[in-house]
Design a protein around this ligand. Structure first.
Ligand SMILES: [Mg+2]
Ligand SMILES: [Zn+2]
Length: 193
């Protein structure tokens, strides 16, 4: 049976954005993130992280550090709300990076769809009823391009900058809803069911 997914950007959505966060002890969940993910679990959404982590290509931290951070996130959301993330995808690349083999123009860095397409291979996704949540316009672009029914821009993380950017430049093609944070997104999703 197909399952709808809620794709979540990591930094600025699930955890507080700290530029190029590399250590598990730096992980701080955003307000009510654990409880919100639990609500998505209970509503039978797959919860899938899609995260650009170009710090690897830039030489700021090794790829292993990402997995340590993700283990910490798993621990914290379980501890706080018995919440579960079904899968973490990340892109360690950047075309202007310094570290091989990561310094490539890849197909997975958002707004490109590589991570989403991998998720579609790994899960039997109901894409048309899936949702994207991010704090950058590149997140919104990816959600739109993948065919999600809705994409949400949250005001946490880089969200306010993204909104300012959106209003000053022309992005006629982007479609999204705005929410204060992840918990507001989840409340909107579940109310509209
Ligand atoms: Mg982000
Ligand atoms: Zn990539």
């Amino acid at each position: 049976m197909k399952r709808k997914a809620c794709f979540l950007d990591r930094d600025g959505v699930v955890i507080v954005d700290k530029d190029y966060l590399a250590h598990p002890h730096e992980v701080v969940l955003t307000p009510n993130a654990a409880q919100s993910i639990k609500k998505l679990n209970d509503a039978n959404y797959l919860v899938i992280i899609v995260s650009n982590q170009s710090g690897v290509a830039r030489g700021y931290f090794p790829e292993d550090a990402i997995n340590d951070v993700h283990e910490r996130i798993r621990f914290l959301i379980d501890d706080e709300a018995k919440a579960v993330i079904d899968k973490f995808y990340y892109c360690p690349h950047h075309s202007k990076g310094a570290v091989a083999p990561y310094n490539i123009d890849c197909e997975c860095r958002k707004p490109k769809l590589g991570m989403f397409q991998q998720a579609a291979q790994d899960f039997n996704l109901d894409i048309e009823n899936s949702i994207m949540v991010g704090d950058k316009l590149s997140d919104i672009q990816a959600g739109n391009d993948f065919g999600c029914i809705k994409s949400f821009l949250v005001k946490t993380g880089h969200g306010l900058e993204s909104l300012a950017d959106y209003s000053t430049k022309k992005y006629p093609q982007l479609k999204f809803n705005v929410a204060g944070d992840l918990s507001e997104v989840v409340d909107q999703i579940l109310r509209n069911k």
